[in-house]
Design a protein around this ligand. Sequence first.
Ligand code: GLU
Length: 273
Amino acid sequence: MKKLVTMFMLAALAAVSTKALAAAPADTLAEIKKKKVLVAGVKDSLPPFGYIDEKTRTIVGYDIDFVNAIAARLGARVELKPVTSASRMPQLQEGNIDIIAATMTKNPERAKQIDFSHTYFFTGQKFITKKGTVKSLKDLEGKKIGTAKGSTSEQNVKKAIPSATVLSFDDYPQAFLALQQGKVQAVTTDEAILAGILSKAPNKEQFEIPSLQISDEPYGLGMRKGDKNFVDFVNKTILEMEKSGEAKKIFEKWFGPGTPFHLQRTFKITADK
Ligand code: GLU
């Protein structure tokens, strides 16, 4: 009986995974050209990468502008689907989205499951804390730290401060709410995300981002493993955008002077990263 149940479960599992595979086109580039739609998985609550613009009620941001530029070259319209850090890879693999443009760090572990474009943004992992409470990583030992499920931030902080209790939320705004309510002593993720969250906080003067960096986080656009034509096209496009100045313009629009961030662009999009 037990064997039968196991066999049944295995068959069910096989059916599910076959269905998942069937839904994902083998040649996404050809499919986008045919359907004239590019479906992108994006964040919808992380300014300035992907968030809902109050006036237009549409999702806008740095990640969205890259998707728009890629779609424009394909004569396709863009459909944006909100994803979380944990859901973005399964959504891509199941064929529900064509590309991930969602503050996603490329690393060797993830690259076993999906393919990444060249690096199109570069940041590093830090913390938001109540002002004056944290000067070194030692101050966070044994403390509660909020972050997002399925992120590199979650993995890195566990390694950097093993004695901390890591509370993982669906996304970073929830973790920041926990910090405001005193349920955690810090929130950790990429500095550019933390700066975005802080810029929108009504009581931002109570918080700070201490200069404690625990990792480098290069962002890549995620595509299905082996989807070579699409990966090549996306890479070609973002290299062209670098050459023409379009990529720099997008950076300046979201991070340059005139934004709350005033970030320097310390990276270039190149074929070797
Ligand atoms: N860039 C990190 C990651 O990909 C943190 C931000 C996020 O969770 O999206 O996991």
